[in-house]
Write a protein that binds this ligand. Structure first.
Ligand SMILES: [Zn+2]
Length: 172
């Protein structure tokens, strides 16, 4: 995607994101209120108190084709377990009790915070375009951290890990 293309579509996507979050505000709960046992060992209490989660039958993905971006069709049609926008993540109802899915989306929350919306969306779109969903850099970070969360009971500071990984990408 060229810088001009990104500049044109970024405000449209960000509007869609804000509107989508607003539409689900009433059903959004804090992650802390979900009472997961392991998440507080990896994320700060403040993070869990300020991050919102919405449980939904199908997670919302921006209608990129109708915004003029046709190259992300596979992503747009994807049926994901979760998706994260700003301080809110959406999780599929069938995965609502799966702590690993929440962990994965919280990694994206931290990425949004470190990068800010513009840089997050730029990197995410660039990653999708160049490597496809699963191998895009921001997803690789989230999946690798999730695998570690799943594999080992040894807790780590997720925020520090994300910071370190973003620096390796020269994103920060
Ligand atoms: Zn992800």
């Amino acid at each position: 995607m060229t810088p001009d293309e990104f500049a044109a579509v970024y405000p449209v996507v960000l509007d869609w994101i804000r509107q989508t979050i607003a539409e689900h505000e009433d059903s959004a709960k804090t992650v802390a209120s979900r009472g997961f046992k392991r998440l507080p060992l990896y994320f700060s209490q403040d993070q869990l108190n300020t991050t919102k989660v919405v449980t939904i039958s199908r997670v919302p993905i921006p209608p990129l084709s109708s915004m003029g971006l046709h190259r992300f069709g596979d992503f747009e049609r994807g049926d994901f377990d979760g998706v994260t926008y700003l301080n809110t993540y959406f999780v599929k109802r069938t995965k609502a009790a799966d702590e690993e899915v929440h962990f994965h989306e919280l990694i994206h929350i931290v990425q949004w915070q470190f990068l800010g919306p513009e840089q997050f969306l730029k990197l995410y779109a660039d990653g999708l375009e160049r490597y496809a969903y699963r191998d895009s850099p921001l997803e690789r970070i989230a999946y690798a951290a999730q695998a570690e969360f799943s594999r080992s009971k040894q807790a780590f500071d997720a925020q520090t890990l994300v910071l370190h990984e973003l620096r390796k990408l020269s994103a920060l």
